[in-house]
Design a protein around this ligand. Sequence first.
Ligand code: NOJ
Length: 569
Amino acid sequence: MLQRCVLRTYHVLALVLCVSAREDFDWTKNEKTSFYYSTFPTGFSWGAGSSAYQTEGAWNIDGKGMSIWDAFTRKKGKIFLNDTGDTSCDGYNKFKEDITLMKDMKLNHYRFSISWPRILPSGLKSEHINEKGIKYYEDLINMLLDNKITPIVILYHWDLPQLLQEKYGGWQNVTMVNYFNDFANLCFERFGHKVKYWMTFNNPWSIAVEGYETGEHAPGMKLKGTGAYKAAHHIIKAHAKVWHTYDMQWRSKQKGMVGISLTADWGEPVDITNQRDIEAAERYIQFYLGWFATPIFNGDYPQVMKDYIGRKSGQQGLGASRLPVFSPQEKSYIKGTCDFLGLGHFTTRYITPKNYPSGLGDSYFTDRDLAELVDPKWPDPGSEWLYSVPWGFRRMLNFVKTQYGNPMVYVTENGVSEKMVCTDLCDDWRMQYFKDYINEMLKAVKDGVNVKGYTAWSLLDNFEWDEGFSERFGLYYVDFSNKNKPRYPKASVQFYKRIISSNGFPNQREVESWKRKAVETCASSNQLLAADPLIGHMEMVSEIVIPTVSTLCILLSAVFLMFLLRGRS
Ligand code: NOJ
């Protein structure tokens, strides 16, 4: 009896602790304070990011298998100008040069991903391990460590082995959970003595919605209203399984951490005094970030997703919700499987309710019953979806703090692109974006959000998925037309370097000089780049024109000689 009482008290206490770990996010408060001069806590980690398919190239080199992106980019009309990541930045061959760039910026970490088909060409560990692929990542990791740059490794940045797509339907099939776990286990085994920061998935929202709902991304499936939910369900299970594998088999030896990288935009109520706008904005975020974060931190899908998708499925006459259900065992297995949260964030939307009556067109987007708006005054220097709204970042970070018990956060992606037409290495707008977004992150740290590191997206211009090479996010410009893929620093490299060396924004006088100083150097980089087509032209002369002309000369001389000999005889 006494034992029972103690147990019950313990349960009540545990419940109180759990509940008290979650605070309410204050939607009605949106301070847009002025620039905040201060520095980050000592040990704050500064980095830059990339992903395998976007950067490596070498798509069929050294035994690599095909990924769904290799297959998707081969279909005409899927990618802007039918570009592919076949060679991209040639990061596979140029990683040493890239580490020199990182070292020059004094980066503390580099966030990259491992290509699953590069080390398991068919996707299956039981079939074939490609040692050359393993060697590439070993060399990369070793060289990073030699240069005191911490590797932060993502296991899945969208490049599923194509054979797993063909045989099983990719993330529509629950068997991916075990295959992914085998792949992750192999990575822990081979690299885990050196890598201490792992993330299972990057931006699963995009994998699910763009891969299986809209079909804009590989594998290009358009399973409206069901595909994304199913893919996400399996991804969440796969994440949890990998976390448990690490926890049980590797943690005590390797002493690393396993998290997940979730990317989400912020949703701000159009009118913060209107309760319906607030609810719609919260719905937007729960369908975005909460879809993945709530099961992982709190044990199940957000209630609002269960309510909305369940009700709409009922109205469609379906016997069950289109949102799959976790069993009680699965819920407790998934809950708490995150040692730290990776957060990717780029932009913000204003949100207001909009009713979509249920019917044939049901989809992830109509399930949410809301409309997204933007302020025409927000700067939008690059990608059409990317408006610069720095205060949304602080709101997002505070939301994470209140909803998920103030987890340790590493910002895994934040940055801005530029459109292809204007090649200008003096990227004033990017410096402004970084300055303002990093400053809002600093305010969030002051608010008590547990942010430990920041990753600028991206180190290099790279393959921007369905946009091909037309949108450039890099700190470094890459000349894709030149087969050597030379890198050129944009002014933002100098600017980011100053933020890193000052660990923030020490004082107004100093910070205000940074942009001016950064611009002084970018003019000469612009000149170098302007000369680059000449280099490309010279290469063409030496590699195509000269050999062709020489061969023609030899042929002509031979013919001439033949005539001469005939004439004599
Ligand atoms: C997030 C994705 O993870 C990354 O691959 C992409 O380049 C950026 N968004 C910019 O669109």
